[in-house]
Design a protein around this ligand. Structure first.
Ligand code: CO8
Length: 375
């Protein structure tokens, strides 16, 4: 079977960032306004008051200190509590396509390629912004790529599943050079009025170029994807029921399940052992001792979660060099997280270095890619 290499990565980071302090101030103002508005019902015991959020809780429970977003003003307006992202006419690039093209151009440059060299575009993310046409096809057109393109969604594991789909396409001869992009606009489907989750997500887009061995030959900083495992297991603990059937039952419109909802504690408990076991198994199958792993580029949802997984894999605490953290600045960017970590934290690795790119999230879904820096 042909070997497949990652020859370039790119990252789009929105210009605006929200600190925990700013986010909590807006949330608490919204909560106080709500409590005032509903004072009579609260007094009568018909409604429970909204509890306040806290910076200390957020940082301790998640490790998140700030997040990048496409629109800060709308999110921090206590009368709005969601981004304002104006609709665009059809003859203008859509927001996700624009994010993807920015990240893709960086990745193409790193790989020494032009858009026209790509013959498959996979756009993999938690929520493509529309039903059709596929945003991937718009990206294909904007970059002047050939071949074919499609959207796919495996929530937080979209990028690892997307890379695997790209490897499969190259290995089966359907494509030669693949662009895989992850435009995550998490702020648009996060309920900023939900104290349990209002701090969790941020926006970003990553891009990865995959090339067959013969085409990747001689390129510096290339990584062979030499083993992989994908896993899914149905769970309702992370869910978003937004969809085109919503309009068919008025009773459900505007309910909280039409945005991101989760049982965070259950997710933590169930996903950590599953992922640690998956990585260990993958390493064992590839006859690699955990000590020989140079880097763990883990999904970036929760710092405590990553520390626990790394400890279970390595049998000891990982240093931040071994398991880089980007969630402190970016928060959870869904599928983009592990790729942001890979993009920002691999420069120092030597040829022969081995690493794990691993995602986990809604579905449940988990993807584990073993990569090795080529000589
Ligand atoms: N401020 C102050 N206190 C709070 C707050 C807050 N904001 N929120 C909750 N509390 C309180 C609770 O009320 C509770 O109080 P009490 O003990 O009195 O009942 C206490 O703090 C503890 O609450 P939790 O048990 O909920 O706290 P945890 O320690 O479990 O931390 C986390 C909550 C951070 C959510 C944690 O459970 C976690 O990170 N779990 C893993 C979640 C995860 O990884 N999910 C993956 C989701 S990503 C994904 O799959 C992609 C989906 C698609 C993208 C969606 C984009 C929007």
């Amino acid at each position: 079977m042909k070997s497949v290499f990652i020859t370039g990565t790119g990252l789009f980071t929105p210009e605006q960032s929200i600190s925990n302090e700013e986010l909590v101030t807006a949330f608490n103002q919204w909560a106080e306004n709500w409590n005032q508005r509903e004072a009579q019902a609260i007094e009568a015991g018909e409604l429970a008051p909204q509890a306040l959020s806290s910076v200390e809780f957020i940082e301790k429970a998640s490790g998140i200190k700030s997040r990048y977003v496409l629109d800060k003003k709308g999110v921090l307006d206590p009368e709005r509590m969601k981004p304002y992202l104006p609709e665009r006419p059809n003859d203008q690039p859509s927001i996700q396509a624009e994010m993807a093209v920015t990240a893709a151009k960086q990745a193409l440059e790193q790989a020494g390629l032009q858009g026209g060299d790509i013959d498959l575009v996979i756009l993999a993310c938690s929520n493509p912004q529309r039903a059709y046409p596929a945003v991937a096809i718009e990206v294909q057109q904007l970059l002047g790529a050939g071949g074919f393109a499609y959207d796919m969604n495996v929530a937080c594991s979209s990028a690892t599943f997307g890379i695997q789909a790209g490897c499969n396409a190259i290995q089966s001869g359907q494509a030669q050079r693949v662009l895989m992009v992850n435009p995550e606009i998490c702020s648009a489907h996060l309920n900023f009025c939900d104290r349990d989750s209002h701090f969790i997500f941020g926006d970003a887009c990553t891009a990865v170029i995959l090339e067959a061995e013969d085409l990747a030959e001689g390129k510096s900083d290339r990584y062979e994807v030499f083993a992989s495992k994908l896993l899914t297991q149905f769970s309702n603990n992370i869910r978003n029921n937004a969809g085109f059937l919503n309009r068919c039952d008025e009773a459900g419109l505007g309910q909280r399940d039409k945005l991101f909802v989760q049982e965070g504690r259950k997710v933590f408990k169930e996903v950590c052992p599953l992922v640690a076991e998956m990585i260990r198994e993958q390493l064992q199958l590839a006859s690699i001792e955990p000590e020989a792993v140079d880097r763990l580029w883990l999904h970036q949802a929760n710092l405590n979660m990553n520390q626990l997984i790394a400890r279970r894999v390595l049998g000891r605490d990982a240093t931040t060099e071994e398991a880089p953290v980007i969630l402190d600045r970016y928060a959870n960017t869904s599928s983009a997280g592990s790729i942001i970590a890979f993009h920002l934290h691999r420069e120092d690795l030597q040829p022969g270095a081995t690493g794990v790119i691993c995602s986990f999230g809604a579905g449940y879904s988990a993807g584990c890619l073993l990569v090795r820096k080529a000589a």
